[in-house]
Ligand binder design. Structure first.
Ligand code: SF4
Length: 326
């Protein structure tokens, strides 16, 4: 009954998103893969213009498998987490070489694609191939916690949430159903002030019955790390090097950096900056060094041209915080 009510609501209220456009099954596979990669860690409204621009310039698996890295990253720039773009291209190459240009239609093969984890493989299986799998994204997870009013550490553990998904039931329209659950979470069952008045399943919702909408999240450990960034300057040029330090931003240009201890950081009286990442707080002390000859290895870039390069957000923030003193 829940499925029927949610699908009825979805048919009448769904947003018109570019990756939901009607097209051939091959196009649907491409749109689903690209959108699912973009939606990892990024909100729908942010993704829409990037998705439109991306598929306008790289319209199918063939084009994606051959695109050069500079062009690829240019269309990704601003979305962050660049390894997603690189994995997307690797997946496209595999799809062309191994799967005859078609996305594999089952979870076991999908999860072998670079950058595809359990969530993405489940979402694609359901959305592109109508398989009866319900992935747990942030929206569906919140909806589930609200319907069952799950609160304790034990109840909100991932394994338990996967078990409790059975409350959603099953339908032959699995592709629409998964998107409907995501949509209801995004538009009605929002983190704060859920719009229960418009919700089609109040009757089945324990949080509504108890008027208790607080969402408990698993405690996530955020660690503090300390770094020293050195800005080597030669006239109007700054030295940037290829990142080999941080796994998540491999090969992007960053200022030379090294990890230091908290006490080293306290001893430094120079400019400081804090940047929040998903799993850590980066506390960065910034040093300046004027050097006469450019013997240091790396790329010397004019200050005024730095914004033409694809650099991680924390590198951009370092530059922004000191550019008037350079
Ligand atoms: S009734 Fe309210 S809290 Fe319950 S699922 Fe609907 S929007 Fe969420």
């Amino acid at each position: 009954m829940i499925a029927k009510k949610i699908l009825y609501w979805y048919d009448n209220n769904k947003r018109s998103l570019p990756w939901r456009r009607k097209g051939s099954s091959k196009q649907k596979e491409y749109f689903t893969l690209v959108s699912e990669f973009m939606l990892q860690q990024t909100q729908v409204t942010t993704v829409i213009p990037y998705f439109n621009n991306f598929i306008k310039n790289i319209p199918n698996f063939e084009a994606l498998s051959k695109v050069n890295e500079t062009k690829l990253l240019r269309y990704w720039q601003g979305l962050g987490y660049y390894s997603r773009a690189k994995n997307l291209k690797k997946s496209a190459r595999l799809i062309i070489d191994k799967y005859n240009g078609r996305l594999p239609d089952n979870y076991d093969e999908l999860i072998k694609l670079p950058g595809v984890g359990d969530y993405t493989a489940s979402a694609i299986s359901a959305i592109a191939f109508n398989q009866q799998i319900i992935p747990l994204d942030g929206n569906i997870e919140r909806l589930l916690k609200r319907i069952l009013n799950l609160k304790t550490e034990k109840e909100i553990k991932k394994e338990n949430l996967h078990k409790e998904k059975k409350v959603f039931g099953q339908t032959t329209r699995s592709n629409d159903y998964v998107q409907a659950l995501m949509e209801i979470g995004a538009l009605l069952c929002k983190p704060r002030n859920p719009n229960c008045e418009k919700c089609p399943i109040t009757k089945y919702c324990l949080s509504f019955k108890r008027q208790d909408f607080e969402i408990k999240k698993k405690n996530k450990k955020i660690i503090d790390k300390f770094y020293l960034a050195t800005l080597y300057k030669n006239n109007n040029q700054l030295l940037l090097i290829k990142n080999e330090k941080f796994n998540f931003l491999k090969n992007l240009l960053i200022f030379p950096m090294k990890e230091i201890t908290l006490s080293d950081s306290l001893l430094k009286s120079n400019k400081k900056l804090s940047v929040k990442m998903s799993n850590m707080n980066m506390n960065i002390s910034i040093d300046f060094l004027n050097i006469k000859n450019k013997t240091k290895e790396g790329l010397w870039i004019e200050k005024s041209k730095l914004e033409n390069y694809i650099i991680p957000t924390f590198t951009k923030k370092i530059f922004e915080s000191v550019k008037h003193n350079l």
